[in-house]
Write a protein that binds this ligand. Structure first.
Ligand code: SF4
Length: 444
């Protein structure tokens, strides 16, 4: 190590965002906002600490300089400046990127944990469907990058004519240069997929997100139809695969499947051909939810298994992507900023999981819709750990995203408070990522 010293007129100290983890041989420094990482030998750490304490922070060697450049060491007011700048960015106008069209509220299943209760029999009419799509395309016209339209329900395939109409409307507008970069996706329970549906999906480049909680009858016990749904859903998935449709398989994690997540991941990949999978935390319904420790432990194992096959697991990838790309993750789901949900009766609201909450959904003129002028949309975009003073000292600040707004609301009464169960998950995932990184660095 070069002992060249640098001079600085200001007092230096460790940033409040620097978290130090010790193992028998190293000290690992992690910046919880910039997500920078540094492994220090014990002696390096001790000399750094001594120089910061004893020399009044005025003299530093080369290691200190590097750590200063990475943001681990700061002058007195720098941390506050970082926070101010990130918070200021959140005042920028919200970009609407995702439209959720609830094209039907009917469903062939009756999942215990469904967020849409009570069920109703309404379908979205063509007029509303067209107006919703045109309104979304108007709002996103000047946005670069992908914008997505999701069809959700109920079970969207129960109102299949509306999906076909939407596919052709969007394709027509894209082919005639009136829209660009629009992705189409269907969130389905998979039971109704037939050859035609799979072919249409392929021809129109529609992504399917199929929900299936595992491969054994007990894994799917909460789907509410009393029989084993696996045969019909797996047949639907086979048709997607045969017709070369992009799809993911998403499982909701509960007390009857949590211990099998690793095997479920392997099954989805090897038997059902999934190229992406995801494990979702329950929203409400806490009586059938595993503890957050078990959830985290088993999702991590499932993630590792999927990774062995080169497949992405969506739940943990949200945090891992932030950690590896050194980008702060402001929301657990990027749709919290700019998701628009439209129901079959023409009501507009900010987030699909709040469908049952009448206060957040109201009738709006779609031809004049501007979500930056609607208080609920703005408030949803402001519920993030970086705006919570109680989160600023947390080691998981940069990867967390704060969990699901719906669980925050149910557990604490406000979308602005952090969900303690998600905190447990978030912190366990960070510890795992650091351990994983350590293994890959020191095996060399
Ligand atoms: S929500 Fe919890 S885990 Fe996430 S940053 Fe805040 S305190 Fe940390």
């Amino acid at each position: 190590m070069d002992d060249r010293k640098i001079q600085t007129p200001k007092k230096l100290r460790l940033s409040r965002f620097t978290h130090v983890f010790e193992d028998p041989e190293h000290f690992f420094m992690y910046h919880s906002i910039f997500q920078k990482k540094a492994f220090l030998e014990k002696s390096e750490w001790e000399s750094l600490r001594e120089s910061l304490t004893n020399s009044n922070g005025i003299m530093m060697n080369d290691t200190g300089r590097k750590l200063f450049d990475l943001g681990f060491i700061v002058t007195n007011d720098e941390d506050e400046k970082i926070i101010r700048e990130i918070r200021k960015k959140l005042d920028a106008p919200i970009e609407p990127r995702t439209l959720f069209l609830v094209n039907t509220e009917r469903c062939n299943y009756d999942c215990y944990y469904c967020y849409q209760k009570p069920k109703r029999n309404s379908d979205m009419g063509n007029d509303l469907l067209d107006k919703s799509i045109i309104s979304f395309l108007r709002m996103t016209r000047n946005l670069n990058g992908m914008k997505n339209i999701f069809f959700s329900g109920g079970e969207p395939l129960l109102n299949y004519p509306s999906l076909k109409r939407a596919y052709s409307t969007v394709n027509y507008l894209m082919n005639t240069g009136q829209a660009s970069d629009i992705g189409l996706a269907v969130a389905t329970n998979g039971a109704l997929i037939d050859e035609n549906i799979a072919k249409d999906a392929h021809n129109n480049r529609v992504f399917f997100a199929v929900s299936l909680d595992g491969y054994l009858p007990r894994h799917n016990v909460y789907r509410g139809v009393g029989n084993d749904i696996y045969p019909e859903v797996s047949s639907g998935i086979d048709l997607l695969r045969k017709n070369d449709v992009d799809y993911s398989i998403m499982a909701t994690v509960h007390n009857k499947n949590v211990q099998d997540l690793e095997k479920i991941a392997e099954h989805f990949i090897t038997k059902l051909g999934a190229k992406s999978i995801g494990f979702t935390m329950l929203l409400g319904n806490y009586e059938i939810a595993p503890s957050s420790e078990s959830f985290a432990r088993y999702v991590i194992k499932a993630f590792e298994k999927a990774r062995d096959y080169g497949v992405q697991e969506a739940r943990l990838s949200v945090q891992l992507q932030a950690f590896l790309e050194e980008n702060i993750n402001l929301y657990d789901c990027k749709e919290y900023r700019g998701e628009i949900v439209i129901t079959p009766d023409g009501k507009v609201g900010p987030y699909i999981y709040f469908l049952g909450n009448k206060k957040l959904f109201s009738k709006r003129r779609l031809d004049k819709l501007d979500i930056n002028k609607i208080k609920d949309f703005v408030q949803f975009s402001k519920a993030t750990p970086i705006l919570e003073d109680g989160c600023l000292n947390c080691k998981s600040l940069g990867i967390c995203g704060g969990g699901n707004h719906y669980n925050r609301y149910l557990r604490t009464g406000s979308i602005y408070n952090h969900d303690p169960e998600f905190c447990t998950y978030s912190k366990m995932v960070l510890d795992w990522m650091i351990g994983d990184l350590r293994k890959s660095v020191f095996k060399k």
